[in-house]
Structure formats: C-alpha cells, structure tokens
Design a binder for this molecule. Sequence first.
Ligand code: AP5
Length: 191
Amino acid sequence: MILIFLGPPGSGKGTQAKLLAEKLKIAHISLGDLLREEVRIGSVIGKQAKAMMDAGKLVPDELTIELAQNRIKKDDCRRGFIMDGFPRSAAQADAFDKMLAQNKLTLGAAVYFAVDEEPLVKRLLLRAQLEGRADDTESVIRTRFEVYAKQTAPLIEHYKKIGKLVEIDAARPIDQVTKELFALEAIASVL
Ligand code: AP5
C-alpha cells in the first residue's frame, strides 16, 4: 500500500501517518523528519536545507527528490509506505509519479487533510510550547501556510484528476480523524 498524505502545516499528517503505518506495518516517511535529521548531523543536504526550513520555505526540489528516492529503496518500504509531506510541488509530484513507475509501484491514494488555517495556527503554537520546534513561531507558521497555498495546494487538483484523491475532515479530534482515515475504502480494504 502506497499513500501520500497531503495537507496544510499542522493538519495532522504526521500524527495519523504514524498510527496508520503501525497498523498496516508499512514505513512512515516524513520528509520533514528526514530533513531535520540531515540538519542535526550537519550533512551537505542539511546545511543547504536549514535556512529554508527556518524560514518556512520549501527546500529545493532536487534535494527532497533525492532524499525520497533513496528512502523508498530501503527494506522497510517493501510492504509499502506513507509519504508524509512529499510531494509538495509540481516538480516533486512529477518526480514521484516517475519514481513509482520506475519501481513498478502503484499509488493507492492521496489523502487530503482538509482543515482551515486558524485552528492550525493554534495547534502549532501549542506544539511550540511543548516541543519547541524552530519553525513553529507565528511568523514562520504564516509563511508555511503561504507556501502551502501557492506550491502544494495545487497538487490536490493533480491527484483528483488522476482519480487518486480522497479527502478527510481533519478539523476533528485526533481519534475521530483516525477513525475516518481507517474507514476510507482504499485503506479499510487492506486492514
Ligand atoms: P514538516 O515537518 O513536514 O512540517 P509541516 O508540513 O509544516 O507539517 P507539520 O509537522 O507541522 O504538521 P502535520 O500535518 O504533520 O501535523 P502533526 O501531525 O505534526 O516540514 C517542515 C519543513 O521541512 C518545511 O517547512 C520545509 O521547509 C521542509 N520540507 C518538508 N518536506 C518538504 C518537501 N517535500 N519539499 C520541500 N521542503 C520540505 O500535528 C501538528 C500538531 O497538532 C501536533 O502537536 C499534534 O499533536 C496536533 N494535532 C494533530 N492532529 C490533531 C487534531 N486532529 N486535533 C488537535 N490537535 C492535533
């Protein structure tokens, strides 16, 4: 099972991807986590990515595409994987379509986490108090939303056009979102 989780910052992609990946025994691939790890170890990619991440902007496509390409070749992806936060641009979506075709893999669904911006700003500011993530300040959060609207939201149409988009109401409490996610036809059929 191969899934894409698509949605604005703070919409719960990471939270739900972790739960579903455990349930389906597939890999959870968070591009944000992969990039934060590159920054932590001070790699070449990490050094190039840090300023963009701190500013809430997208890291250059060639870096994220390379990271995604290498990650899906790992053993834990054999049963499938959830792409959390990738693709986020038209170029990434194009590259991902090609990656799947080259590896003879088929996308199960692109799950769109639909929710308005304001409650998400509150969620992320709350997380800032709990976890202190560097990009969870109000001004960077606003930039992340602008970037999402310009560069990532158009992908909703792309996945709709190819018949892979499914939408869930991500404004509800975590356990209710999980329930709706697990009940989606594409997912319930393999649970
Ligand atoms: P990334 O780490 O992916 O950040 P993001 O997309 O902004 O996503 P978040 O982790 O903030 O939100 P989420 O939807 O996963 O929600 P979560 O479950 O964590 O990316 C960070 C940066 O890396 C980007 O800005 C960019 O610079 C770079 N980057 C990453 N991918 C890239 C790519 N493909 N291309 C280029 N650059 C890239 O939940 C958020 C909070 O809300 C948590 O505290 C959680 O407990 C809480 N919560 C979750 N669900 C609910 C709910 N239903 N109700 C109440 N609270 C909830």
